[in-house]
Design a protein. Sequence first.
Length: 595
Amino acid sequence: MEDRFVGEILVRQGALTAERLEQAMSVVVERGAKLRDVLTSGHVIEETAYVEAVARELGMPVITKIQVDEIPAELVALIPINFARQHKLLPLSSTDHVLRVAVANPLDLEALDDLRALCGKRCEAVAASADVIEAAINRVYERSNENALAESDAGDDVEELQDLIDMTDEAPVIRWVNNLFYEAVRDRASDIHIEPSDTEVTVRYRIDGTLYRVKTAHKGFLSSIVARVKIEANLNIAEKRLPQDGRITKKIKGKLVDVRVSTIPTQRGERIVLRLLDKEQALLDLPGLGFDQEKLSVMNDLISRPNGIILVTGPTGSGKTTTLYACLNKINSPELNIMTVEDPVEYELKGISQMPVQPKIGLTFAAGLRSFLRQDPDVIMVGEIRDHETAEIAIHASLTGHLVFSTLHTNDAAGAIARLVEMGVQPFLISSSLLAVLAQRLVRRLCRECREAYIPSDQDLRSLELDPNNYGPPRMLKAGSPQVDAGGAEDAPTRVYSQADLAGNKAPRPPFFRPKGCELCVGTGYRGRVGIYELLVVDEPVRREILNNSDSKSITRIAADRGMITLRVDGTRQVLAGRTSVEEVLAMTQAGDLE
């Protein structure tokens, strides 16, 4: 009921169309999720726009930044951190009778009532986005914990005077490790790296595919940190000579996060990598992954076929599994028997039978796939085709009436065909079973709060295979006015053009965007990632090339002549839409050579 009420507010305030609201509500009912989460995670509406629309309806002021240094410490001490995080609120200032507080949910009146009872003052609420409030909460409450283990004297004393178990049970170590998980989820990190050196323990987060150094601890605390993680993952804390793997389940910010733990011995001590798996990410649908309407229509047709093979290719970490999960979610229904064999099972999908491979006991992809064929499946997903045996079984499964999804590690779509031939699969089997190959990469999405517009140079345009002499259509601009629809951008750039920008250029080029950095994006200039795709549909001309055992360049040339969009060109589309930067696309793609 509350979601419908909020949705109507968003429509009235012009932040959402009635049609998009109905689409989002159907997802809310299907998944049991919150409307706010569905809208913001799918980039239907930005978090800031959501808060501003609800606040306008209630006549509540909106702030975009919180000055943490100006919040009195004694005021923060009155409110438990768990209460602040749960309700996403933070006190800002206080007078004798009024407490000014920032809230991310202007409709959470119960929290304001509890806060009034707790402080004995009337609450005056201002609205702010959840990201702004969470970042401020973390800095206000946990500033002292940031350096809790960085003091060298304490570290040396602990290692010399206490044994491992006693040291692990010390509250500072537990708080420090728990804080790693919380901050990683807050900063949208996919991995936590805990790395020993000669003098300290370094922690790095992988955010949007890039590693960032975030904090350090004294080397004396390494054993206690490692032991704490091992205890949570049910690993052997006494074994320091061999690699170990385990799993932790954490409840962070109201949702369950699976953590895969890997430890290895190094010359300077044990090194830990924690892979965070947010189960909600697997619920993404195909439109939310960055497909344009044309590719989306083709993909919907392909995954509805009764038999054949669909391959997704790309390097490790390019989102192949997420794309396959989105495809399975799209076609999942009680009428279909869908089975997957994966290494490992990263996300659990309701209504789908998922089996992890276990090579130590002989349960490989090929063995799992062979056993599936006796389970009367309609759709099969194989985590990866790694060898001739798995490829042969997958192809024969498709030829006997099954729809098969799988992945390969190749640089482009046509390369998947050459890879299958290298594995020993006959070209006539490939041509008769393969429906399509989807090559993909993930490029970082520019932070929409701080991205900066600029007029691209000739070199920028040439690097994206655009003609500098025919880039446009250009628009006439007045000095001091923002270019709202420049280059097909999603929304207006944050920068306003000056007279100097326009000097001598009566019709400047539509702008590109580049990263700048702000608090919300942790100074990186990027928030999240979006996919770029190259979809090779195996039609008659492509089949003939496969039967002729043509190389990948010939197949790519034929497919491009028939309308296939390459990775570089699809990346250019995202640049023109203002979603990513030129540098990101160039780093993730290689220029096509179709001459």
